[in-house]
Design a protein around this ligand. Structure first.
Ligand code: AGP
Length: 608
């Protein structure tokens, strides 16, 4: 995710901004920049790549001044480039803006601004903010920002500086974090606490739709209508290491807790007011989509599991046959794909060698390739015909968590788009599914609020050497992902099966020492799953069931029950995943494992 730092005080702003951005480097970024106000005007310096490139540029040509804003950008709109790097300025070059989040209605705003004579120089959504502030500014910067924010759909954390108000930074947020470190005679705006810890431990926590006016003298907070708001103060107890992890013990746990936001951001803006699923990235006409006869999904590891979820969705709703293949097999399998096939390559990193090779193979055979990735500008984005981005932000833990649930969110959108284009479900049904899907981030939030059952479960099973994971239908890929998470971070052997396969071999493994984790959420095969549970229990297995809230009967069949709120059967894949991520996490922690960097594994597998 992008990083924001803003400074007002007696020091050289460039030192504070560069130091603060360095503290946010762990979050990942692809370019960096700063804007400093000084006696002769405003200087903007931006560089692609590592922060060191910006540090070198500022070192070569120092930028004096004690008010400024800085940014590390994780691209969402437009490739990583100097033009797209923040800060963005208005037509006059007197207003500078840094922004985290997504302005959903940016293309409408760009058109409107261009019609009104504004010259936009980047491909970003953020630049619209600078030009809107320019058009609304009548002497009060906070008012101009408030006016601008009313025009924005989407999420934002913003810092704005204006030469006409050279001792002030305006900060505002909605659905994207922003705090203000409160010092003595100096104040620092930041998207995350590590950036301010060198100067202060007292912070103002900005809330949604609050606007802060930050000067040397202090911080005042107002709402969108100009009414004063009492700022919420917080004293930070964490050290720097803990602060980078947002107070969590590890990046993995932090990323598990970031899932509601990752899913929400990925779904954001995907349904228009007239009920149409928005997926212009497909770059296909309605007729072309309707003509798709087959879908082929390529992916590895966790992304492959997202692919299997997608198969169920697309086949059930859109009635298009879907084949899912691990990329390393696809590339050598002489695959049957042609120009009637839509190939979907799922890769959070966008750099997985086998998936990239599969993409080339598919395109050589005439297929249209759509990539789903979390990394703007990654190789898969350059080698595919279209890209759907997940908006999970950088994932630092090697074990994929938030990128997995964000991939599923993107695949729900794709499946609904195909369904709508093919006319396979009534519009009311599509809208009802969308309503339910929009509630999934809240459902995930609710699951994350009650950790005791999963912690108890982890304590009970932390010493086992082997385990089985079972599910049916959409529960199969959830079970597969649960098993992968457990094995990769705790080193406990874990195998996943379609529950009906148990009696064809794996049941021989069952002993009291081999717990069986069963995805038993409500669905049309629920009774069958309960029968499978009874089969394994009859052989001495201890069962951990992931079940739907309200299903208390399941307690008769399982030693441990991890409940998740009810969703429609096909939407249960995301909620049912969360307890299994947590189970793997807490077991690994109890075994003393390094969950962020498990042995032998790399975050991006760039070799075959
Ligand atoms: C899962 O926790 C792993 N990180 C791994 O299986 C991963 O999903 C796989 O290597 C594919 O990576 P990609 O999504 O970046 O292509």
């Amino acid at each position: 995710m992008c990083g924001i730092v803003g400074y007002v005080g007696p020091r050289q702003a460039s030192d504070v901004l560069l130091g603060g951005l360095a503290r946010l480097e762990y979050r990942g970024y692809d370019s960096a920049g700063l804007a400093i106000i000084h006696d002769e005007g405003m200087s903007v310096v931006r560089r692609v790549g590592k922060l060191q490139n910006l540090i070198n540029a500022v070192g070569a040509t120092p930028v004096p001044g004690s008010v400024g804003i800085g940014h590390t950008r994780w691209a969402t709109h437009g490739k990583p480039s100097e033009d797209n790097a923040h800060p963005h300025v208005d037509c006059t070059g007197r207003i500078a803006v840094v922004h985290n989040g997504i302005v959903e209605n940016y293309s409408d705003l760009r058109e409107e601004l261009a019609r009104n004579g504004h010259i936009l120089r980047s491909e970003t959504d953020t630049e619209t903010v600078a030009h809107l502030v320019e058009s609304y500014f009548e002497g009060d910067l906070a008012d101009a920002v408030a006016h601008t924010l009313r025009r924005l759909e989407g999420s934002y954390a913003l810092a704005v500086a204006h030469l006409d108000d050279p001792h002030t930074i305006i900060a505002a947020r909605k659905d994207s974090p922003l705090i203000i470190g409160v010092g003595v005679g100096e104040n620092i705006v930041a998207s995350d606490i590590p950036a301010v810890l060198e100067y202060t431990r007292e912070v103002v926590v900005l809330h949604d739709e609050e606007i802060a006016v930050v000067t040397r003298a202090g911080v005042t907070v107002r709402d969108m209508d100009g009414e004063a708001v009492e700022p919420e103060m917080m004293h930070v107890e964490w050290d720097l290491d803990a602060a980078e992890k947002g107070g969590y013990e590890d990046f993995m746990l932090k990323e598990i807790f970031e899932q509601p936001t990752a899913i929400r951001e990925t779904l954001r803006g995907r349904m228009s007011a007239n009920g149409e699923i928005q997926l212009s990235e497909l770059q296909m006409t309605a007729e072309e989509i309707a003509a798709v006869e087959r879908v082929f999904i390529l992916a590895c590891g966790t992304s492959y599991h997202a692919g299997i979820v997608a198969k169920t969705l697309i086949e059930t709703w859109a009635r298009i046959p879907v084949q899912v293949e691990v990329s390393s097999e696809f590339r050598y399998a002489d695959p049957i794909v042609d120009d009637q096939t839509l190939v979907v390559a799922i890769t959070q990193s966008g750099e997985t060698a086998d998936t990239l090779a599969g993409v080339r193979e598919a395109r050589d055979r005439g297929a249209r390739v759509m990539a789903i990735t979390n990394v703007v500008g990654s190789r898969v984005t350059r080698e595919s015909d279209g890209v759907i981005y997940t908006h999970a932000g950088p994932e630092i833990g090697v074990a994929a968590t938030k990128t997995f649930t964000a991939q599923m969110a993107a695949l729900y959108v794709l499946a609904l788009k195909l369904t709508q284009a093919k006319g396979m479900l009534p519009q009311e049904r599509i809208e009802a599914i969308w309503q339910d899907l929009s509630r999934v981030p809240d459902v995930v939030e609710a699951i994350l609020q009650d950790l005791d059952p999963v912690k108890d479960c982890a304590s009970a099973y932390k010493d086992v050497y082997s385990s089985l994971f079972l599910g049916r239908g959409i529960g199969v890929p959830v079970a597969m992902e649960g098993a992968l998470k457990l094995k990769e971070i705790s080193y406990i052997h874990a195998e996943a099966y379609a529950a009906g396969e148990m009696k064809h071999g794996p049941i021989a493994l069952i002993t009291e020492q081999v717990p069986v984790v069963v995805v038993a959420t409500q669905g049309h095969t629920y009774e069958k799953v309960v029968s499978n549970i009874q089969e394994v229990r009859a052989r001495g297995a201890r069962v951990i069931a992931v079940a739907t809230h309200g299903d208390d009967d399941i307690r008769r069949h399982a030693e441990h029950v991890l409940h998740v709120p009810a969703t429609g059967e096909l939407l249960s894949a995301i909620p049912a995943t969360i307890p299994l991520q947590l189970l793997a996490y807490y077991i690994a922690k109890l075994r003393g494992c390094n969950v962020d960097q498990p042995r032998n594994l790399a975050k991006s597998v760039t070799v075959e």
